[in-house]
Design a protein. Structure first.
Length: 127
């Protein structure tokens, strides 16, 4: 049996029943302050589209949107600057930001040194 998700003593059903102001009291101070200031126009538009059709795939550039309990189960395409990262929101993501789960920087993979990499390689013919 899977372990039941609890966020600061509350189940996910209790979190979904809360208003945004009540949920703001449960999250960290940085996210609380962001919610208290109010959402931007892009964040409001994204939240409205999620409320309208939660089963739809939502593409967004809003990486700093805080994951609210009503977003659990919704699929997002978060833009990393180069490509769309597909993301399905789980209960463990509540309180974080969408950008925290779509990392834009990939690991650098090096191979053998190329032409011009060292002084010894200047005597190697290119062709």
């Amino acid at each position: 049996m899977p372990k039941e998700f609890i966020y600061r003593g509350k189940k996910i059903e209790d979190l979904k029943a809360m208003t945004i102001d009540e949920f703001a009291r449960e999250i960290t101070s940085r996210e609380r302050r962001t919610i208290r200031r109010g959402f931007s126009e892009q964040e409001k538009k994204l939240l409205e589209s999620v409320r309208k059709s939660p089963e739809k795939f939502h593409k967004t550039h809003v990486r700093n949107m805080i994951v609210l309990p009503e977003m659990v189960g919704v699929r997002f395409g978060v833009f990393t600057g180069k490509e769309w990262f597909q993301l399905t929101v789980t209960p463990h993501m509540v309180g974080f930001r969408l950008g925290d789960f779509s990392i834009p920087v990939k690991r650098v993979k090096h191979s053998a040194p190329g032409i011009g990499a060292s002084r010894g390689s200047k005597h190697i013919a290119v062709k």
